[in-house]
Design a protein. Structure first.
Length: 78
């Protein structure tokens, strides 16, 4: 009985938090996907030029990961 009352009293808040989390996740997912496509296009352009040997894909992936963590850390903390 008590569990049902708690669920009935807090389900609106739970749905609101779930919707806000989904919206934030979709927004930052779209940003991450756009950034990934930009990196892939750079990689395609640079791989077609054999003299550009200084591009490091591991470093680029590391920077991309750090940028995504930095972009999503603040909204996740909220």
């Amino acid at each position: 009985m008590y569990a049902w009352k708690c669920w009935r009293d807090s389900r609106d808040r739970l749905i609101l938090y779930a919707a806000a989390s989904l919206a934030i996740g979709l927004m930052f997912g779209a940003i991450a996907l756009a950034h990934y496509h930009m990196l892939v296009s750079y990689a395609w352009e640079w791989s077609s030029r054999p003299r550009r040997w200084y591009w490091d894909p591991a470093r680029s992936a590391w920077n991309w990961g750090l940028n995504m963590i930095e972009a999503t850390l603040f909204p996740a903390a909220l």
